[in-house]
Design a protein around this ligand. Structure first.
Ligand SMILES: Cc1cc2nc3c(=O)[nH]c(=O)nc-3n(C[C@H](O)[C@H](O)[C@H](O)COP(=O)(O)OP(=O)(O)OC[C@H]3O[C@@H](n4cnc5c(N)ncnc54)[C@H](O)[C@@H]3O)c2cc1C
Length: 409
């Protein structure tokens, strides 16, 4: 725990902002608040349940068992603003083109970085590395970092919320940000409903090694069983996200490595070369979840707690980072005009900045799943024609690429 706001057990600490969850989104928010901490003396606490890996005992290695994220150019800009981009780049692989195809159909479309005068369409970074860079930065900021510590209660009060931690200590926070990934049940306990659409799909994740240099190509291949995404990592490694109908992933999780690689080769084809090695496999059940409210007096909901998307378009964290930026901008305006950071003026400003982007990205990701997820011959021809057509139509393709890069809201 950082000493700046250290408190002893059973003592209440007053903070301007309490962030529940120091995952990708909560930690990004805390790092983005640094200028407000410095300029206005904003007091911030971050509470994270999972213990951090000890950097000395567990030095970073590009392992074979972690999830990676496609980071859009817009998000790279945000990390640059936080002063973290150089460190992020150390483990990043640039995406020079996105290759979209459908198994058994002719249509292919390519989105190329150089067509957009960009050096890359985006970057792929292992989540563990992003976590490491964010937490390293956090440890140098004058904020209270409680880890491992779990928030067990969030109760509304006249001004803000009272947070109770598992060790009995409490916080009185002017603004509480739920960045807990939606797993703690606080939304529900506070009466914030969500719209949930189960996709009846499970994403099987693993890192694979390919026989040829991938040249920075990210593949999105739609198959009868569901989309397969392969994202470039450093060297000849690629991050696999293989969507299955729920239940069908179980036998594949249980296969030996050789048999698994053979099935992947069969499903994906040879476009990326031969699959040579596979790391640990993990499964993520997929449901579209959108919270019906993202602000209340003294409360904001961010990241997966606000929206959990299908990973097919790699947009969840990118969307959340834009939410982080907009929240920080709204809080900055509030502090400039001497308003409360948990007040509805600031929070409505934040919500107004978010609403269109969130709606568009949820619709875009969900639309992609539905368009390519239906095993329908007619629709399949339309999709193939669409992919061929898209490859011929420069402006539309460039529009799609700009959205994928997070440059379009
Ligand atoms: C298979 C897959 C692939 C994806 N690929 C991409 C991609 O390529 N690009 C992209 O932009 N997005 C991608 N996403 C989405 C992205 O992973 C999420 O948007 C992101 O992880 C959300 O982060 P978060 O911090 O909101 O939630 P989480 O990562 O779930 O973090 C929540 C944190 O809160 C902590 N916590 C929970 N409860 C408590 C509590 N009571 N007290 C204290 N701490 C608590 C947890 O320990 C955790 O650290 C993908 C998602 C999946 C499933």
């Amino acid at each position: 725990m950082n000493t700046a706001l250290a408190q002893s057990r059973n003592e209440t600490c007053n903070v301007d902002v309490a962030i529940v969850g120091g995952g990708l989104v909560g930690a990004s928010l805390a790092c983005s608040l640094a200028p407000l901490i410095e300029r206005f003396g904003l007091t911030v606490a971050v509470i994270e349940a999972a213990p951090m890996l000890d950097a000395v005992q567990a030095p970073w290695q590009p392992s074979f068992d972690a999830r990676s994220s496609a980071i859009a150019q817009g998000s790279a800009e945000r990390f640059r603003d936080m002063g973290l981009w150089e460190a992020m780049l150390e483990a990043a692989a640039p995406i020079s083109q996105i290759h979209v195809s459908e198994r058994g159909r002719l249509g292919v479309t390519r989105l190329l970085a150089n067509e957009l005068d960009q050096s890359a369409l985006g970057y792929v970074i292992p989540n563990a590395w992003m976590g490491r860079v964010l937490h390293h930065r956090l440890s140098g900021l004058p904020l209270a970092w409680h880890c491992p510590a779990t928030v067990v209660e969030v109760e509304p009060e006249a001004e803000g919320h009272r947070l109770t931690l598992s060790d009995g200590s409490t916080f009185q926070a002017g603004l509480t940000v739920l960045a807990d990934g939606g797993r703690s049940g606080f939304k529900e306990r506070l009466g914030i409903g969500s719209d949930e659409t189960p996709y009846d799909q499970v994403a099987l994740i693993a890192n694979v090694e390919v026989s040829h240099p991938h040249g920075g190509t990210a593949y999105e291949r739609f198959t009868r069983e569901g989309p397969i995404a392969l994202l470039p990592l450093q060297g000849q490694q690629m991050a696999l996200i293989w969507t299955h109908e729920a239940g069908r992933e179980a036998p594949r999780l249980a296969l030996g490595d050789g048999a698994f690689l053979a099935e992947l080769q069969q499903a994906f084809g040879d476009r990326a070369g031969r699959f040579r090695r596979v790391g640990r496999r993990h499964a993520y059940p997929l449901t579209l979840v959108t919270a019906r409210e993202s602000i209340r007096p003294g409360l904001a909901v961010l990241g997966n707690a606000a929206h959990s998307l299908h990973p097919v378009a790699g947009q969840g964290f990118n969307l959340a980072l834009r939410g982080v930026t907009d929240l920080v901008a709204a809080l900055g305006m509030a502090l400039e005009s001497d308003e409360a950071v948990g007040g509805m003026l600031a929070l409505r400003d934040f919500e107004a900045r978010r609403i269109v982007d969130r709606h568009n990205v949820v619709r875009f990701s969900d639309g992609l799943v539905r368009l390519f997820g239906i095993d329908n011959v007619l629709l399949s021809h339309v999709r193939a024609m669409g992919l061929v057509g898209l490859n011929l139509m420069g402006p539309l393709r460039r529009g799609l690429a700009r959205r994928a890069m997070g440059l379009e809201r």
